[in-house]
Design a protein around this ligand. Structure first.
Ligand code: F6P
Length: 343
C-alpha cells in the first residue's frame, strides 16, 4: 500500500492530535507509511504536506488544537477541486485518506468515496457534539468542562454585585454544550436552540429566584438559541464556504432585554473560542486515541467509506453517509432536563 494521509478540517478541537497519534502508531505497527496534509482540504488541493511519523507524533496527545493545521476550505467550491486532489494524491503516492472533521469535512469525504471511489475513512470531531451515528465526539467533553468552569467562576462576581450574568456558549444549532454547562453549572436558566426563547418566561424565573432569596442570577445561552420573534443572532450576513452563518451575539441581545424587563443590572460574557482551547480532558484523549486506532484498522482492512464511531462504550465502523445525513440535536430527555432546570 502507498502512504496513508491525514487531514483535519473545520474548527479545531482538543483531541485531534490524540487521533493522529493513535492512528500513526497503529499504522506504523503494520509498517504502513503516513503523511500529513496541511490545513484541511487546502493541503489536499495544493499538495501541502508535513511529516507525520511515530517520532514526530510521540508527544502530542496532551496538546490541544491540531499539529496539521485546519481550514474551512471546500474543494467543491474550487474549479477542478476533485481533479486537483487526485493529482496531489498520485504525485505524493497517497493511497488512502483519514479525514478528521465535522459534518462539512466528512461531507466532502463522503462525496469523494461515493462519487470518485477514493479510499477514504472518517473520524468525527467537533466540540458541538452534533454528529449523528456517534454517541459522543471528542472535544465536546473538554469544551463542556471549560464552559461549566466559567459558569462556576462567574457566580462569585454575580453574587457580589447582585447582577444577572448571561453566558454565551458555542454549539451552533445544537444545544449540547449549553445544556451540560448550564444544568451542571446550576444556572437559573439554560437556553438552547431546540426550545424557543420566551424572554418573559426567562425574566419570570429570574424574579422568582430572587423572591426565594437569591440576590443574583446566571443564564446560560447557546449561540444558536432562537427567539420566539426574530430568529437567531448572527455576527454578519456572510456565509462560509459550506454555507454556514457565523452565530454570535445572543448573550448581549438577551442581557439588554433582561435588564429592561427586570430592572436588574445585567452583564454578558461570550466564551467563544476559549471553549476550543487548551489541553484535552482524559475522556477526549482516550476517545481520540481509540477512534484513531480504529480508523487505522479500517484502512488496513480496506473498509472505505466508513467512519469510526462511539456506540455505547464501544468503537465501531459506520457508513460515512449516515454520519453527515442529519444533525444530532438535543433529544426529548435533554429538552425535559433543560425545561426542568430553567423554571
Ligand atoms: O463547530 C465548532 C464551532 O466552534 C461552533 O461551535 C462555532 O459556531 C464555530 O465553530 C465557530 O467557527 P470559527 O472558528 O470559524 O469562528
Amino acid at each position: 500500500m502507498g502512504k496513508v494521509a491525514f487531514l483535519t478540517g473545520g474548527g479545531d478541537c482538543p483531541g485531534l492530535n490524540a487521533v493522529i497519534a493513535g492512528a500513526v502508531r497503529s499504522l506504523a505497527d503494520e509498517r504502513v507509511e503516513t503523511i500529513g496534509l496541511v490545513d484541511g482540504w487546502k493541503g489536499a488541493l495544493e499538495g501541502l504536506t508535513m511529516e507525520v511519523t511515530p517520532a514526530s507524533t510521540a508527544n502530542i496527545i496532551a496538546e490541544g488544537g491540531t499539529i496539521l493545521g485546519s481550514s474551512r476550505t471546500n474543494p467543491y467550491k474550487e474549479a477542478d477541486g476533485v481533479a486537483k486532489i487526485k493529482d496531489s494524491f498520485s504525485r505524493l503516492d497517497i493511497d488512502a485518506l483519514v479525514a478528521i472533521g465535522g459534518d462539512d469535512t466528512l461531507g466532502v469525504a463522503t462525496r469523494l468515496f461515493d462519487e470518485e471511489k477514493m479510499h477514504v475513512v472518517g473520524v468525527p470531531k467537533t466540540i458541538d457534539n452534533d454528529l449523528s451515528s456517534t454517541d459522543f465526539t471528542f472535544g465536546f467533553d473538554t469544551a463542556v468542562n471549560i464552559a461549566m468552569d466559567a459558569v462556576d467562576k462567574i457566580r462569585t462576581t454575580a453574587r457580589s454585585h447582585h447582577r444577572v450574568l448571561v453566558i454565551e456558549t458555542m454549539g451552533r444549532h445544537a444545544g449540547w454544550i449549553a445544556a451540560y454547562a448550564g444544568i451542571g453549572g446550576n444556572a437559573d436558566v439554560t437556553l438552547v436552540p431546540e426550545l424557543k426563547v420566551d424572554v418573559e418566561a426567562v425574566c419570570r424565573t429570574l424574579k422568582q429566584n430572587r423572591e426565594k432569596g437569591q440576590n443574583f442570577n446566571i443564564v446560560v445561552v447557546s449561540e444558536g438559541a432562537i427567539f420566539q420573534e426574530g430568529g437567531y443572532v448572527t455576527q454578519d450576513a456572510d456565509l462560509d464556504e459550506f454555507g454556514h452563518v457565523r452565530l454570535g451575539g445572543v448573550a448581549d441581545a438577551l442581557s439588554k432585554m433582561i435588564e429592561k424587563q427586570t430592572g436588574y443590572e445585567t452583564r454578558s460574557v461570550v466564551l467563544g473560542h476559549l471553549q476550543r482551547g487548551g489541553s484535552p480532558t482524559a475522556f477526549d484523549r482516550m476517545l481520540g486515541i481509540r477512534l484513531g486506532v480504529h480508523a487505522a484498522k479500517m484502512v488496513t482492512a480496506g473498509e472505505w467509506g466508513k467512519m469510526a464511531a462511539m456506540r455505547g462504550s464501544r468503537i465501531v465502523s459506520v457508513p460515512l453517509s449516515e454520519a453527515t445525513g442529519e444533525l444530532k440535536v438535543l433529544n426529548d430527555e435533554f429538552k425535559e432536563l433543560v425545561r426542568l432546570f430553567s423554571s
